[in-house]
Design a protein around this ligand. Structure first.
Ligand code: BES
Ligand code: ZN
Length: 870
């Protein structure tokens, strides 16, 4: 018995082949009963069967094992549910015969409120609150619904039967084969599934409407949503049908199941979940309302659908062997979702937007407390935390880097052969590299091991030296220190034009390259840009002369948007790491005055906001000039875009308008604040006013909140009224995300209290956490005061957001101490990594502040930039 405790994985002397699972949820009592008969293959002599179970009560008398070809039934002498290890140990006294026998177990459980396992979600129907039953099993919560081998490699087939109220819709992974109504209850049985992992099993029981379509080869696709909202499912349905066709061609394997259902769940902890054949979503990421959803909502729906459907191949058909390879699922699905979105909506320039993904990966991976893409996992509680920007964003970015190195076609062919080889089975990272190596003849394993087995990434410094270029790599840290990691870096560079291109693999610390062929030195304004198109996962540091030439190239519009993005983003990161003075960063930012490309401007905005926050800590005396400078940066684009949508304008302009106006509001631009207030009043009188279309609502709400104080609460109260009146989740989120931007700390505190009130679903509480800089301190006090409640309510996946959002914005060493002291007695495995990362960020900010305070001539430079005439 003891030998099975404290083990990261189950012993494999008996493995499941098929589950016959029957469940009967009681939606009013919030309980369920169930029984499962599992075909178990005993492959080694044993007296024990060990599987996962948690928070279930096992009917001990019901447990039996019937071996193959024998009438003897084995009953366990002992049945132990070990809650700490989430295992069920059955001790049979006699050794079990080898071969496939049937293990039967009866059990009961609770439909919990924690959004994991088998849980209840609440919806309204005809003004009445009702319960629905929903499952969320990834990563390791199927064990909270039925006893099972809850590991991704233990694939088996599933035959599911449900006993549910007759009037409800009951969905599972496979199509219904029979529905028998018996008075108030009905028994619904589903077709047996192909082999799959337990974390992909799904059940939903409730009242829903749906819209339906078919793929050309006959897969039935439906989008289910709240009764009365079926129209809002049409956009996702269209995307799903299009995407299934694309993936079928790309992976060269058809969608493996006869149907695909997608469903909006009102209480949902992550964004969406790729359950095989029954994908579940937050409402905001599945439903699209022509009248009230914004362009950014539309894009959100499309990319999330594309992401979850990618998993139907990458994840569901071919599954990671263990959570160490989670990135194979998530990094890959993220990357492929861009491929699909680009093909369906080329005008969204989604590959440029992909750079946000790369930036997020680089940002997290710049911390010493980051982790390698392939990460050791020893305990179920550690898995939640690795659904992070390393697995998703760095994962997707290194895939893009590799694709760009190997070439589009070769990459796709090798992927298709990987899928074919590992279909209905499991794979590891090295299996993917093997397929790509075979397809390309390149040393993929050697190259990629440097990116997935060690954390971090390099900054490549480039210098002009005797008519040659010298390249040096060293590990980049946002803290400014240098590590000794080394990578095989696919370097690309252009010189003076995109036709003059060179590429090589940087395999050592230092290398010199001859660039005579570019006659680079004869023309002093000729630029050199590394990491062309930003497909590489690294940063570049140019010497002063090269940097000046690039600034000139930006001002003269000689570079692509992706390259403009990269130069800005790298400079910002280098500035934070104290390798570039703030003055240089600000001077570079001034070169983007006439920028109009969405992704570049959006990044410029986010950089101005971060710089604004740090300067507020370091040099509060400069804030007026800094704000003035930032406002001047957005003048050009703001005038081009205006407040009202232009006839037939692009999706990107629609998104950009909202972001620019939000930034102007935050920097205190008077005209923006006044215009917002005028339009908001019109909106309060008429929710369908053309003066406030969805794309500018967030900006308007933020502007309204800038004027709110404890003694002038009207804007706040009005927004709360809109929140209460709308039944569109996207609108509620827009409001929640705006309220805490208020500069009055007392109001911020009220907003935080509101976000824990019954009026805000737990899934949405996180949207109020991004508070104004003035609200930082009250938010921290609030977090401490409410910590026990927060732990109880948000245990699991969301809790780490509370820590990172509230702790990371600080910028002093005293705060580091305070945070450490508070959490010393409160740390748990679920927040351990996030807490360390957040504290590291505070230290980085604090050092940055010190550095800025010591910077000479900063005041004069800011003054000049703020009032420069163009
Ligand atoms: N497999 C995840 C869902 C998930 C996340 C389960 C965390 C358990 C823990 C799903 O495929 C996913 O990645 N969802 C994303 C949305 C996606 C578009 C990036 C999410 O939930 O954020
Ligand atoms: Zn995913």
């Amino acid at each position: 018995m003891e030998q099975f405790k404290k083990q990261p994985r189950l012993p494999k002397f008996a493995v499941p082949k098929r589950y016959d699972l029957r469940l009967k949820p009681d939606l009013s009592a919030c309980k369920f009963t169930g029984s499962v008969s599992i075909d178990v293959d005993v492959v080694a002599d044993t007296r024990f069967i060990v599987l996962n179970a948690a928070e279930l009560s096992i009917d001990t008398g019901s447990v039996s094992f019937s071996p193959p070809n024998s009438s003897k039934v084995f009953e366990p002498s002992k049945v132990d549910l070990v809650e700490e290890d989430e295992i069920l140990v059955l001790d049979f006294a006699d050794t079990l015969p080898l071969g496939v026998g049937v293990l039967t177990i009866g059990f009961e459980g609770i439909l919990n409120d924690n959004m994991k396992g088998f849980y209840r979600s609440v919806y309204e129907h005809n003004g009445e609150k009702k319960n629905m039953a929903v499952t969320q099993f990834e990563p390791a919560d199927a064990r909270r619904c039925f006893p099972c081998w809850d590991e991704p490699a233990c694939k088996a087939t599933f035959k599911i039967t449900l006993d549910v109220p007759s009037e409800l819709v009951a969905l599972s992974n496979m199509p219904v084969i029979e529905e028998k109504v018996n008075g108030p209850l009905k028994t619904v049985s589903y077709q047996e599934s192909p082999v799959m992992s337990t974390y992909l099993v799904a059940i939903v029981v409730g009242l829903f409407d749906y819209v339906e379509d078919h793929t050309p080869d006959g897969v039935k696709v439906r989008v289910y949503c709240q009764v009365g909202k079926a129209n809002q499912g049409k956009f996702a349905l269209e995307v799903a049908v299009g995407t299934l066709g694309l993936y079928k061609d790309y992976f060269a394997v058809p969608y493996p199941l006869p149907k695909l259902d997608m469903i909006a769940i009102p209480d949902f902890s992550s964004g969406a979940m790729e359950n095989y054949g029954l994908v579940t979503y937050r409402e905001t990421l599945l439903l699209f309302d022509e009248q009230h959803s914004a362009a950014s909502n539309k894009q959100g729906v499309a990319t999330v659908v594309a992401h979850e459907l990618a998993h139907q191949w990458f994840g569901n058909l071919v599954t990671m062997e263990w959570w160490t390879d989670l990135w194979l699922n998530e990094g890959f699905a993220t990357w492929v979702s861009y491929l699909a979105t680009d093909s369906l909506f080329p005008e969204w320039k989604i590959w440029t937007q992909f750079l946000d993904e790369t930036t997020n990966g680089l940002t997290l991976d710049g911390l010493a407390e980051s982790h390698p893409i392939e990460v050791e996992v020893n305990h179920a509680a550690e898995i939640d935390e690795i659904f992070d920007d390393i697995s998703y964003s760095k994962g997707a970015s290194v895939i893009r880097m590799l694709q760009s190195y190997l070439g589009v076609e070769c990459f796709q062919k090798s992927l298709a052969s990987y899928i074919k080889k590992h279909a209905y089975s499991n794979a590891k990272t090295e299996d993917l590299w093997a397929a790509l190596e075979e397809g390309s003849g390149e040393p993929v394993t050697k190259l990629m091991n440097t990116w997935t087995k060690q954390k971090g990434y390099p900054v490549v410094s480039v210098k002009v030296k005797d008519q040659k270029l010298e390249f040096e790599q060293s590990q980049f840290f946002s803290s400014g220190s240098h590590g000794d990691g080394q990578w095989v870096v696919p370097i690309t560079l252009c010189c003076g034009s995109y036709e003059k291109k060179k590429s090589f693999l940087l395999q050592t610390k230092l290398e010199t390259q001859d660039v005579k062929e570019f006659s680079f030195d004869s023309n002093k304004t000729s630029w050199i840009k590394l990491n062309v198109d930003q497909t590489g996962f690294y940063r570049v540091k140019y010497d002063e002369e090269l940097a000046a030439r690039l600034r000139y190239a930006i001002e003269n519009k000689l570079l692509t948007g992706t390259d403009r993005f990269g130069i800005l983003d790298d400079s910002f990161a280098l500035c934070m790491a104290r390798q570039l003075p703030l003055t240089s960063l600000l001077t570079l930012m001034a070169a983007y005055r006439e920028e109009l490309e969405y992704t570049v401007l959006s990044n410029l905005i986010s950089i101005t906001r971060k710089v604004g926050r740090i300067v507020a800590d370091a040099r509060p005396d400069l804030m007026d000039n800094i704000n003035q400078f930032f406002i001047s940066l957005f003048q050009y684009s703001a005038e081009k875009l205006g407040w009202d949508a232009k006839q037939g304008e692009s999706h990107l302009d629609a998104m950009l308008r909202g972001e620019i106006l939000t930034a102007l509001a935050v920097f205190g631009h008077k005209e923006t604040l006044n215009e917002a207030s005028r339009r908001f009043d019109a909106f309060l009188n008429d929710r369908n006013t053309p003066l406030l279309p969805p794309d500018i609502r967030k900006a308007t709400y933020v502007a309204v909140m800038q004027a709110v104080t404890s003694s002038n609460r009207i804007g706040f109260e009005s927004l709360l009224r809109v929140y209460r009146e709308t039944d569109l989740s996207q609108e509620k989120i827009r409001i929640l995300g705006s309220l805490s931007s208020c500069p009055d700390p007392a109001i911020v505190l009220e907003v935080l209290k509101f976000s824990l009130s019954p009026e805000v679903r737990s899934q949405d509480a996180i949207y109020g956490l991004r508070v104004s800089k003035e609200g930082r301190e009250v938010a921290w006090t609030w977090l401490k005061d409410n910590w026990d409640y927060i732990v109880k309510t948000f245990g699991g996946f969301l809790i780490s957001r509370f820590v990172s959002e509230i702790v990371s914005p600080f910028a002093s060493f005293e705060k580091v101490k305070e945070v450490e002291e508070f959490f010393a007695s409160r740390e748990t495995p679920a927040i351990a990594r996030t807490l360390k990362q957040s504290i590291e960020r505070v230290n980085i900010n604090a050092n940055w502040v010190k550095n800025i305070q010591e910077e000479k001539n900063l005041g004069e430079a800011v003054q000049e930039l703020a009032y420069r005439k163009y």
